[in-house]
Design a protein. Structure first.
Lengths: 306, 246
């Protein structure tokens, strides 16, 4: 559905997006994580044919991003929710959708039906004749999502759809995205909300100008950093610590009665550590495997790339 | 570029303008001013000092007065075009429009139509009232209705559209560098200068606002329009708007 290879964007001497290669499959919700200025919006703008790429290739549903003839075709099959919603504040909610429905060539009965359906789904039907400028941030965000969906696009690009929303509005928007996910809509979601990405996305990429990691949320948590084993002992001794020191353990730490270390595969690795402790005369009270969170992975990768 | 899409962009702007009082004031205000003020001036002047308005002087004076319709045609689109582009820039509502299946030229043309059409309609309506008012005020002196005449026809059909186009295209260029509607309109006022110079030149008899004079002026304006078209289309590119516009 979406494929990029070595996609790069430079503004003068400054590289905003560097060598990004990724693939988003049909019906997938793809989370694009990264700090401010990481190049997320620039990537979306390139994919939406809003700005040109400097090098590399990108294809959406087989159409070439950057090819002048394909640009209009791509814009027909995508929907965009920009980071700033981009509503016409002096138009009513209904008119905001109606105009875009017409621009996207939605035939009359289908357009009116879609407007009703989305405004109903998002709880805005009663406010259809109110000016968009009078709406709260959450309502505007919902209306912007409806506008992006009015022509039933194959791919929906959403740039920080829950940023600056109060928790309740953010929850509503998130639930709506989950509803779209159930309908198998392909969604490219820019966010720096890790919890949101973990809950909604099938696949996540971490970007900080360059792509730092890509995979499912579980894969990133486990494969990128692995997990941590925390063993609590009745008491530690030099003999036990020496025995552990001889094992190939990563980030071995010792504090009071606990020792901890990074582990990739707890099932195959932990018993060897416990055996070493017991052979060194130690008494193990508990063995806990603490999974690293997506936040750990994200922060580590972003810090490494800073 | 499909014309139906151009019309959609224009009709979207019309809907937005409908709720903008400032735009209404400028669209309606200037034509009313011209169409009512000049007949009143003629009437009052005729009553106070009839020598000033001799049958020999009147045609030149009336041609000069009618040139204010061109000045109005250059003035009115400034507010509309500035709002149409800078207003959208401020509201950040251009991005979804640019992401829609529309060409840059189609969007620009739609916005130009949205600024030009109300201006031309307003100025033509104003010109109709102006014609009736001026003829009523001068018929006694001249013994015939001065307007409409061929010169006035050339002014309305050839010079007014050129002036409107110049104002719109200039506004697009200014809008690409302005951050708010007010500063765009302020810079836009510069578009007045050539028309004021023409008017003053006609007053001191350097140029004549007869048919030949108007056709020459129109030729120069259309040449400027072509140059401005290339500059404004270069400024109104997706890449430029999203990355370089202030």
């Amino acid at each position: 559905m979406i494929e990029t290879e070595n996609l790069t964007k430079k503004f003068g001497d400054q590289t905003a997006v560097d060598d990004v290669t990724l693939q988003v499959n049909d019906g997938e919700v793809f989370g694009f994580l990264g700090p401010n200025g990481a190049g997320k919006t620039t990537t979306v703008r390139m994919l939406c044919c809003l700005i040109s790429k400097t090098s590399g290739t990108a294809r959406i549903s087989g159409y070439d991003v950057g090819n002048k003839d394909d640009s209009l075709k791509i814009r027909k099959i995508i929907g965009l929710v920009p980071d700033n919603v981009g509503l016409s504040e002096h138009l009513t909610a209904y008119d905001n959708l109606d105009i875009y429905g017409k621009i996207y060539d939605c035939p009359d009965p289908q357009r009116k039906e879609s407007i009703r359906r989305f405004l109903d789904m998002l709880g805005l039907w009663d406010k259809r004749d109110a000016l968009a400028g009078t709406f709260s941030k959450g309502m505007k965000q919902k209306l912007a999502i409806a506008r992006a969906l009015i022509h039933d696009p194959e791919v929906l690009f959403m740039d920080e759809p829950t940023a600056n929303l109060d928790p309740e509005s953010a929850k509503t928007v998130r639930e709506f995205i989950l509803e779209l996910k159930r309908e198998k809509k392909t969604i490219f979601l820019n966010t720096h909300n890790l919890d949101e990405a973990q809950r909604i996305c099938d696949k996540i990429a971490i970007l900080n100008t360059k792509l730092r990691a890509i995979g499912t949320p579980d894969y990133l948590e486990q494969a990128v950093k692995g997990r941590k084993t925390v063993i609590t002992l009745e008491q530690t001794s030099d003999r036990i610590l020496n025995a552990l020191g001889k094992l190939p353990l990563k980030n071995l730490e010792h504090e009071n009665r606990t020792v901890s270390f990074d582990v990739m595969d707890p099932d195959s690795e932990n018993w060897k550590v416990v055996e070493s402790i017991v052979l060194a005369g130690g008494h193990v009270t508990t063995v806990d495997v603490v999974g690293s969170t997506l936040e750990d992975v994200y922060l580590r990768l972003v810090r490494e790339s800073a | 570029m499909r014309l139906s899409k151009v019309w959609l962009v224009a009709s979207r702007d019309f809907k937005i303008f409908r709720r903008q009082k400032n735009i209404w004031y400028s669209v309606i205000g200037f034509p009313i001013l011209i169409s009512v003020l000049f007949p009143i001036i003629l009437e009052v002047t005729a009553q106070r000092s009839s020598g000033l308005l001799s049958a020999a002087n009147l045609p030149n004076l009336l041609d000069s007065f009618s040139f204010f319709i061109v000045i109005g045609a250059a003035f009115i689109p400034l507010g509309i075009a500035s709002y149409s582009i800078v207003g959208e820039k401020v509201e950040k509502s251009l991005e979804p429009l640019l992401a829609a299946p529309l060409t840059d030229g189609g969007i620009l043309l739609g916005k130009a139509v949205a600024a030009m059409l109300p201006t031309i309609v307003a100025m033509y309506a104003g010109a109709a009232v102006f014609t009736v008012g001026v003829d009523a005020a001068t018929f006694g002196k001249l013994g015939y209705s001065y307007f409409p005449n061929w010169t006035f026809g050339v002014l309305l059909t050839v010079v007014v559209p050129a002036a409107v186009a110049m104002s719109v295209l200039y506004s697009v260029i200014v809008s690409s560098r302005a951050n708010d509607v007010r500063s765009a309109s302020s810079y836009g006022i510069l578009v007045f200068l050539p028309f004021l110079i023409i008017y003053l030149a006609s007053e001191i008899r350097i140029i004549s606002l007869d048919i030949n004079g108007l056709l020459t002026i129109a030729g120069i304006l259309y040449a400027i329009d072509i140059a401005l078209y290339f500059v404004s289309t270069a400024a109104f590119q997706r890449d430029e708007i999203l990355t370089k516009w202030k």
